[in-house]
Design a protein around this ligand. Sequence first.
Ligand SMILES: Cc1ncc(COP(=O)(O)O)c(C=O)c1O
Length: 299
Amino acid sequence: MADFLASALNANLTAWRSAPAPAELERVAIDWIKEAPGCDPDAGGLFMSGGSMANFTALAAARHRHCGDAVATHGAAAHPAPLRVYASTETHHSIHKAAALLGIGRANVREIPVDACLRMDVDALVRAIEEDRVAGAEPFCVVANAGTVVTGAVDPLAEIAAVARRYRLWMHVDACYGGFARLAPSARPLFDGMSEADSIALDPHKWLYLPADCGCLIYRDPEAARPAFSLDADYTRVMQTESAEAFAFWEYGPDLSRRFRALKVWMALADAGSRPVGDAVEGNLKLCPSPGRACRRQG
Ligand SMILES: Cc1ncc(COP(=O)(O)O)c(C=O)c1O
């Protein structure tokens, strides 16, 4: 119903000024969504077509923070050293695709082995970073999984966050599949450390039970991402001086024209709240076979 209304209304959420009420609704819906991964009040983000786009956007922000304007202006060849992204062998292929499209290169996504529970081996991550630094490459981003595409494994997020801090890497969490499982009390401890990430990709069109065409990217500090997407042109120049009215979604992601995806998120959560989602996920988890012996041993 919400998708039907959104199509009929045909609001275009480029910025507050193009669609003030829908833009406000998107910001409210994002504020509700960001409670699922336990983000700080200062976190912010936007809806997009799906998780692949959210992962792409996060890598673009991470690359820009590391390389600055030189690569955005002159292309990847302008950067003096190979860039490195780290992700487990279980990572969704949209990360490799993003690396290819952003000129980072698929070969520069270094795949880190996993343990018996298919979670990233953090010691192997540290070894890979050290090796690359010695070889003259530049580690700039680590992607952790909060629910891998094949088995739903959740990487040790708090440990990975500590490594990211130590080596000053952008930490992105691909929580497209599993992120909303944090609403289920039995799964919650798995997600400790997720809110420390610089960015989190979540798919409301997966475990928020919404229809397709609803991904989401949350930034811990939206202003850290903005330089990657902000460009000046006559038709994008912001005249408003009040900060809410000057807000433009195009400064936080690649899209200019954007659908009113927030309506279905807002309607679902305004109607039911997040508790029924947690209960439903809990019910889904009970359908899973119990984890193998190796995983039980590791908790
Ligand atoms: C872990 C993970 N990341 C990313 C994606 C891509 O999401 P989308 O299909 O919304 O682009 C998926 C899809 O299954 C996924 O499971």
